[in-house]
Structure formats: C-alpha cells, structure tokens
Design a protein around this ligand. Structure first.
Ligand code: HEM
Length: 631
C-alpha cells in the first residue's frame, strides 16, 4: 500500500497530482498492482482511475452510460463523436476507405521506407581500394534511434504514400531549398531542418504538434509535465492548423486537375466519395470539402503515427529486456519474407507474420502503447454494481480507463508477468486497440507497419541496446523519443568518457588535481597494468580547467571494470574526488554502488557505436601475441 498510504496522507491537490504523476510515469507496474487490489476505482480530484480489466472493458462496451466528450477538440472527428452525433455513419465511411484487402500495400510502403532508412545507414565507402594486408571489409554496423530515427519515419511514409498526405514543397511556405555541401556520400543527405525546427512545415512536424496538443487536452493536463514544453506545443497549434488546411486544399486542387498515377490514396478516395450539397455554391462546396478532408485525414494520421511509434518502441524495449523472448521473436522474424519480395503476400508468409504479431502483441501487454483512454459518465451511476468494489460516480465524472493496468490484471490473465505468446484470448479482451464501438479500425494497418518494422530490426545482425542512457527507452512529453539500438559486430572493448566538474574555486582545485596526476602517473600506469583490461587511457582538462575528463577504452562490461578499479585504485580516486564537484560519498571502497552510479551518470556515451580496429582482441590477447612475437 506504499502508493495509497502516501497518497491519502497528502491533503494538497497539487501534491497528490505530483505523486500520481510520479507513479503513473515512473512506477506504473507497482502503482497498478496496488490499485487493482486495493482501489480499483481510485478517486482523484479530477477523475476516477479504473484499473481492473473487467471494469475497463465494461465501460468501453457501454455507449449509453458513457460518452467520449473528454476528447476535447475532436467533436467533429469519429473518435470524439457519440452514437447520437453520427459516430456510426462517420466510422463506416472512414473504415470503407481502408479496405482490409489492401493490407499488402501498407506492408509494401512500410517495407520500402524501412529499406530506404537501412540503405542510408548501410551505404558503404569501400571504393575500389583493397584493405591493407589484403583483409576484407567487415560486416555492416550502426546505430538506430528506434522511435525518431526509424518507427516515426516509417509511419510518416505510410501517411504520405498510402494516405496521400504528402509533404509540401518548403518553397510553398516561403522556405528556400537547403544547399547541401558536396558530401562524398552517394545518397543525398536529408534536410536536417525539420528535425531542428518543430515549426518547419512538414507532415511529421504537423502531426507532432496536432497530436501532442490533443493528448495534452485529453490526458496530459491531468498530470504534471514540463510547462514550458507544453506552452511551446500549444502555441504552435493555430499556425499548424492553418498550414495543414492550406496544404490539403492545394493537394485537393492538384488531384482535381489531374488524376495521379498508381493506386488511389485515402485522400483521393475521400475526394471522390464526397457528396455535395447541390444548394451550396462552388466556393462553399470547396471549403466544405477541404474542411472535412483535413479533419478526417489529420485525425486518422494523428491516430496512427505516434501510436505506431510507441508500439514499435515499447515492443523492442521489451524484447531487449527479455532475451529468451527476443530469441523466439528473432527466430520467427527470420522466417518472414520482407514486403515487396516474391511470395511476401503468400498465405504461408501471412501465417508467419501473424505468428510474429502474436509475439509482439504479448510484448505490448506489458507496456501498452495507449496506456489510458477516457470516457465521461452520462448520468449518476454505480460502477461494478453488485460487487464488493461497487462505486458511485456522479454525472460528468471523467473516467480514466487504465488499459495498461487491465492488460496486466492478475484476475484476468494467468501469471500476467510471464511472457506467454500462446495465451488464447477473445479479440474483445485485447484492449491495446480499445474494444467496443470506438475500437481502432486502423489496427490492421498499424499491425502491418509494426510487423514489418520489428521483423527488420530483429533480423539485424546482433541487435542490442546501445550503451548507457542512449539505449534506454525514454519518453518525451507524451511519446517515445529515445531508444537506440546497435547492430553488427560488437567490439569486445567499451569506451568511457567520464567528465567530472571541478570544485570551486576551480583554479585552486584544478592545480591540485594537476599536481596529483603528475606525481601519480607511475601509480596510474601500475594500476592500469594490474587491472589488465585497459587499452588506452588519458586524463584531459577541459573548458579552461573547469572540467576533468577521464577517457579510456577497456575490455568487457562496465560493472566488472569499475569493480576492478575500486579494488586497485580506490585510494587514488579518493584523493582526486576530493577536488570534484558533486562527487559521490568517500571513500569509494565503502560506497561502491554510489561510485559506480556516479561514473555511469557522468559518462558521455558516444552518439555512434564505438570503432575498434581489432574488435575481438582483449588487452591480454594482444599482450600474449606480443610476447609470442618476441620469442
Ligand atoms: C499501434 C497503433 C495504434 C494504436 C495503439 C491505436 C489505439 C487505438 C485505441 C486504443 C482506440 C480506441 C479509442 C477509444 O476507445 O477511446 C483507437 C481508436 C481509433 N484509432 Fe487507433 N490505434 C493505432 C493505430 C491507428 C491507425 C493506423 C489508424 C488509422 C486509421 C487509427 C485510427 C483510429 C481511429 C479513427 C479511432 C477511432 C475509432 C472510433 O471512434 O470509432 N489508429 N485507436
């Protein structure tokens, strides 16, 4: 009852909100295990949080007692419409634009976008020249930031090529084309400006703004996020809305001038399906069409891109943390024929894709891409009536449906903490895409993209987390922004770039450190020789003697390396750390964990994988070879 005790002990609404934010975003599993058992309907000042599968599902399925008015700003789009406001007709119209028979096209667009990303990553610079010593070039290696460098790009490509929501020409918005320096790389370098400037007009940035603002209005405002980031996000909305409407109008005009080649996009279908009110003038009809297409196109694409990104990132993160699940999924992924290749659309390959999807779906149970959904009580109600947990809610109460909790509910799933891809469950019990009358009709095209992406990542040689914080899944305001994975041969060696800040007065402490280092050089050499795993090491004073960097390349894992250091060089570190700002408690031999955590924190992990000319040789191997050569 750790959470509930702390929560009920607080009396200020702000403090409670702060605590709930911390648990929801940092200790989610623990929070919901507790809520499911002791407070399945947690009353907060703003909403009721619902955590049991049975209760969440019942609300999803019930359209008479609950409405979707909590999706602020979406009243004209299907997600924000109730049955009495034309939900079913809108849904049937939109669903009809995305026929399931066409799924292979989505696979192909995703596959093409993946291939383009991989091509850029793996373009080699081998030229004609042979390597010294007649050696051959090594296998490709690299790093991918899964959410932003991969998943989001692939899904944006689907928005562009399948939905027809293509990027504008920057010049249409008064932006000059970028003059790139003549890099000696065969593929043109991408324009970096969309990544640097969230107002750069392009589909990826538009979605980030519109969807971010939607999520904030519906969910985010009930928790505490960085107010500056939220303010910047919200302030971009009016301009982005204008740009999207202008661009959609231009796309429609283009379409009406000439039918484009190739299969119809969703945008083309929307335009073709429009039934005009004959009483309206041509101008009014045009305006109405732009308004309707913009709302539906942007609505669907918003529902797709960031959710697909979260799903791919969460699933990859799960596999990387569960090696046996990763192994099973990799074995299946290796059998799946990539989209676009012969037999990719065969029944056998479809079965393999489905097997991979089952593994992914089970992985997503642990970290649902859409963790919460919202409903509002239409009238005063008793929830879970007739059970021990029955709870009264007043008309207008906001209900937070904890999908992330429901999918881990021990009363629903046998041993929920185990990865069991062979679980059998009714489709309606899988809440990852919602269930009931508002469930996600885009789930098949989402699945197609996710399967292609996970297949391609898992089949990369030696897929693993990038070292340090870059390899940890990190969310930005609402969606994942960081989870770097490395592929290709992994050198035995690791790099450490630990940057320590010198204590004030810095001139004095820097001098003291210089003195220690000059006098202790021989000791350092002896320490490193005894550790026996360090290839190269150096101390460098940086930024006008305000910082001290320790840079080394060593064999094996960080923890072992640090433990050796503490044993052998503890005294030396005690001496040096006395001059360092925010140093861990001393002596290091007594506070080992704190020392290790400190070094981990100050290590600047390099942004690209570590290069080693001889990735499989340890210091001891090399010394052995040196000895051998001498004999
Ligand atoms: C992994 C990707 C996706 C996830 C996790 C996801 C999740 C969901 C969930 C949970 C709902 C139910 C909302 C509620 O009941 O309140 C939903 C509805 C919806 N989704 Fe998705 N979605 C994904 C991809 C897509 C895609 C690709 C589309 C593109 C068409 C899409 C369009 C929609 C729409 C239009 C609705 C509203 C349906 C209605 O109101 O009847 N989603 N989605």
């Amino acid at each position: 009852m750790e959470f509930l005790e702390a929560y009920t002990a607080l009396h200020s609404a702000d403090k409670r909100k702060e605590l709930l934010t911390e648990w929801v975003f940092q200790r989610r599993q623990g929070l919901f295990a507790e809520l499911r058992e002791h407070a399945p309907f947690l009353q907060t000042q703003d909403f009721v949080m619902i955590s049991r599968h049975e209760d969440v599902k019942a609300i999803f399925e019930d359209f008479t007692h609950f409405n979707v008015k909590a999706y602020l700003g979406s009243e004209d789009f299907v997600l924000g419409k109730d049955k009495d406001k034309g939900h079913d007709a809108d849904r049937a119209f939109l669903e009809g634009l995305i026929p399931q028979a066409e799924l292979e096209r989505v696979h192909q667009v995703a596959g093409g976008a993946i291939a383009a990303i991989f091509k850029r990553l793996m373009t080699r610079c081998t030229g004609d020249a042979a390597l010294p010593g007649g050696r051959s070039f090594r296998d490709p290696a690299g790093r991918i930031n899964v959410p932003l460098g991969f998943a989001r790009r692939v899904s944006v490509a689907v928005a562009q090529q399948y939905f027809g929501f293509t990027d504008p020409e920057p010049a249409d918005f008064g932006i000059q084309p970028l003059l790139l320096p003549p890099y000696p790389i065969p593929e043109p370098i991408e324009d970096p400006r969309p990544l640097l400037d969230p107002m750069f007009p392009c589909v990826a940035n538009w979605i980030a703004t519109l969807n971010g603002a939607f999520i904030h209005g519906a969910f985010g405002r009930h928790f505490i996020f960085d107010p500056v980031a939220i303010q910047q996000l919200v302030s971009r909305v009016p301009q982005v809305r204008k740009e999207v409407a202008t661009h959609v109008a231009a796309l429609i005009q283009e379409l009406q001038k000439q039918a484009s080649a190739g299969p119809a996009t969703i945008l083309q279908r929307m335009v073709a399906a429009e039934k005009y009110d004959q009483a309206l003038s041509m101008e009014e009809r045009g305006k109405q069409l732009v308004e309707k297409v913009t709302r539906n196109l942007a609505g669907m694409v918003n529902g797709m891109v960031d959710n697909v990104t979260s799903a791919v990132s969460n699933a990859v993160d799960f596999f990387l943390s569960h090696p046996s699940a990763q192994e099973t999924a990799t074995t299946v992924a290796q059998t799946v024929i990539p989209a676009g290749q012969p037999e990719a659309d065969s029944k056998e390959n479809q079965d393999r894709r489905n097997t991979l999807w089952r593994l992914i779906r089970e992985a997503l149970r642990f970290n649902a891409p859409v963790p919460f959904l919202l409903r509002i009580a239409n009238q005063d109600l008793v929830l879970a009536a007739g059970t021990v947990r029955e709870t009264y809610v007043a008309e207008g109460t906001i209900l937070f449906l904890g999908v992330c909790s429901a999918m881990m509910d021990e009363t629903k799933w046998e041993r929920p903490l185990e990865f069991r891809p062979d679980r059998t469950w009714a489709e309606a019990d899988d809440l990852i895409f919602g269930t009931g009358w508002h469930d996600c009709f885009g789930k098949y095209i989402a699945q197609a993209q996710i399967v292609e992406m996970i297949r391609s990542l898992l089949t990369l040689q030696n897929l693993r987390r990038a070292p340090g914080r870059l390899g940890k899944l990190e969310y930005g305001t609402f969606f994942p922004k960081q989870l770097a994975v490395d592929f290709g041969p992994k050198p035995i060696q690791t790099a450490l770039t630990a940057i320590m800040e010198i204590k004030p007065p810095q001139a004095f402490h820097a001098q003291a450190l210089k003195l220690i280092l000059s006098q202790a050089y021989q000791q350092v050499v002896d320490v490193l020789d005894r550790v026996g795993t360090v290839h190269f090491a150096r101390f460098v004073f940086l930024e006008n003697d305000t910082k001290l960097a320790l840079m080394t390349s060593y064999d094996g894992a960080f923890d072992t390396y640090m433990k050796n250091y503490i044993e052998i060089a503890g005294e030396l570190f005690n001496l040096m750390l006395a001059h360092i700002k925010d140093a861990p408690p001393l002596p290091v031999r007594r506070y080992r964990d704190e020392f290790i955590a400190y070094v981990e924190k100050i290590d600047l992990v390099s942004d690209s994988p570590f290069y080693s000319a001889y990735g499989d040789l340890t210091v001891q191997d090399i010394l052995g070879m040196q000895e051998g050569a001498k004999k």
